[in-house]
Write a protein that binds this ligand. Structure first.
Ligand SMILES: Cc1cc2nc3c(=O)[nH]c(=O)nc-3n(C[C@H](O)[C@H](O)[C@H](O)COP(=O)(O)OP(=O)(O)OC[C@H]3O[C@@H](n4cnc5c(N)ncnc54)[C@H](O)[C@@H]3O)c2cc1C
Length: 253
């Protein structure tokens, strides 16, 4: 929020939008509590729905119209394989099938479906909803559940919080890095993680994506072998350190 405000973005999170009105050169956005915002352009980003009318009534779909497949990408009609934004995918943090319309899922499902039409040889691995965005010179990356979503999904969840320089202070420059790792208190299984830094932390979300898929725990992540070289990180990599914060919170180290 601070980053957006510092760059001249006015952030308003209250009030449902009820209308858009043209007014000379402006577009006026009106909220249900009666406030008006003058703007040049409005982008409505309330989510996606699958466009599956073509197969309505012919294959099984969820209540939003996303096609349900087995782990080989095969719909309820065995002659129809489905990939991409038209279908659901197994969401590994919860084990539920969810609608996660991302190109990363689409390309994997497409390739695997292409293999499986010649005989179901290659089961899918599911997804963590891993993604990243560059925001005013910062990277925000995420995989799996946030803390709020983990609680909503019914986990007895907690999170570790880590904030430090990504590499030693004796280097000519460094940046702060912020990491949140969400875990299940029951068995310390990793459920999600979020990264934020001026340093490029996009690939760190990929590392945690693999950890979630493999059902790794905080214990695994705290001490897994990761490289140290002062150009890149501290003697313990920041991912090790973030997991160790969780172990400290649990009184285990
Ligand atoms: C602005 C934006 C940014 C995004 N950025 C990212 C990102 O950074 N990373 C990421 O992972 N995902 C991103 N996504 C999501 C990503 O684009 C989609 O998940 C992905 O394109 C889905 O691929 P798809 O092949 O299933 O569908 P599409 O790419 O939508 O392709 C479907 C094609 O089918 C055609 N079609 C539809 N109906 C018919 C018909 N009846 N007959 C013939 N053709 C038909 C359509 O014209 C279209 O060409 C972004 C999406 C948007 C909108």
């Amino acid at each position: 929020m601070d980053l957006l405000t510092e760059h001249g973005v006015r952030v308003e999170t209250r009030g449902n939008v009820v209308s858009f009105t043209d007014e000379e050169d402006d577009l006026v956005v009106t909220t249900e509590d009666g406030r008006n915002f003058k703007t040049d352009i409005a982008v409505v980003s309330t989510g996606f729905v699958p466009e599956t009318d073509l197969l309505q009534g012919q294959v099984k779909m969820d209540r939003k119209g996303a096609i349900i497949t087995n782990k080989y990408g095969q719909s309820s009609d065995p002659d129809i394989y489905v990939a991409g934004d038209a279908r659901t995918i197994e969401y590994n943090p919860t084990g539920d099938f969810e609608y996660i319309p991302l190109a990363t899922n689409a390309v994997r499902q497409g390739l695997i479906a292409g293999i499986n039409v010649f005989g179901n040889r290659w089961p899918e691995m599911g997804a963590q909803g891993t993604s990243a965005i560059e925001l005013f010179g910062h990277t925000l990356s995420t995989t799996g559940l946030t803390y709020a979503r983990a609680l909503k999904a019914g986990f007895d969840a907690d999170f570790s919080f880590f904030e430090d320089s990504y590499r030693p202070g004796f280097m000519p420059s460094t940046e702060m890095i912020t990491i949140v790792i969400v875990y299940d208190k029951k068995d310390l299984r990793i459920l999600g993680a979020q990264f934020f830094s001026k340093y490029d932390v996009a690939q760190s979300a990929n590392t945690l994506s693999l950890a979630i898929q493999n059902k790794n725990t905080l214990k695994d992540l705290a001490f897994v072998d990761m490289l140290f070289q002062p150009y890149y990180d501290q003697p313990f990599n920041y991912i090790n350190l973030a997991a160790q914060e969780g172990l400290k919170k649990e009184g285990l180290i």
